[in-house]
Design a binder for this molecule. Sequence first.
Ligand code: SF4
Length: 276
Amino acid sequence: MSDLDAFMDAGGTRLVRKVCSTALSPSRLPGLDHALNPYTRCGHDCSYCYAPYVMRTSPLDWGKGIMAKVNIPQVLAKELPRRQGVIGLGTVTDPYQPVEEETLLTRRCLEEIAKAGARVSVLTKSDLVLRDRDVLRQIRGAEVGITVNTISDARAGIFEHNAPPPSRRLRAARCLVDEGINTYVFLGPIIPTITDVDLEGLSQAISSSGVRSVMIDRLNLRPGMKARMCRRMVEASPSSLAEFEAHVDSDAYYSETTAMLESLLGEAGVRTASAF
Ligand code: SF4
C-alpha cells in the first residue's frame, strides 16, 4: 500500500490513508514520555490551533486532507514491549476528531496499550471518547483530559468549527468520572469574549462534572492567527470584535482571567495548574 493510496470522504472531510513506519515519538510535554497521534491534521479545525505551525502546515489546510495512519495499531503493538512510561495520545491532533468514528484507529491503539499493560493519557475535545470507556477501564491509571474554554455552546462554535459543543464535553467528563476513569479538564485556550462570557458558570459546570483537576492555558498567538480570528469574529459576532481586539494581545488580561478562574475553581474544591 502506498502512502497516499486511497481517498475517501468521511463526515465531509477528505481523508487520506497513510502508512506509518513508527507509532511512538519522544514527548517533551510535562508528564508524558511518548507521543502517539493516529492522525495528521485535525477535522475539528479550530481557528486558534497552533499545531499547524509545529507541523509546518498551512493553517488554512489544517482541517482538510486529514491523514489517517491506517497501520498505526500494528506498528504500536511492535513498539510497546520496548517502551516504558506514559503515552500521550493526541499531543498534536485530536484522537477523537470526526473521522475516528469510522476508522477506529484510536480505539485500536488503546486496545494495544491495554494488552501491553502500558500507561496512557488522552486529550480530546470530543465526547466520542465515551465510546472507548470499556477499553480505558482496562488500562490501569488511564487518564483523560477534556478540553473546554467556555460555558457557551454558541460562543465555542465561533472558533471551534467542527468540535462537539462544550456542554457535551462536560457531560462526557461527568460520565468518565462516574466510570472511575481519572479525568481532568484542560481549560484553554482562554480567549477574550469566549471564555469570559461567564467565568462563574464555567467554573461551576466544571466542578459539577466531578472533575477535581484543571489545567489552564492562555491563547498562544502565532503569525497570521490574530487576523484570521478577527475575520472570523466579524462573520460570527461583529459586536464582539472591539472587545476581542482590545484584549487578545494583553498579558494582563490573561493573567487576570487566569487568577479569577483559579480563585473560582479553588473555592469549588478544584485544583488548578498552568498547562505549560
Ligand atoms: S481539536 Fe486541537 S488539534 Fe484539533 S484543530 Fe482544535 S486545537 Fe487543533
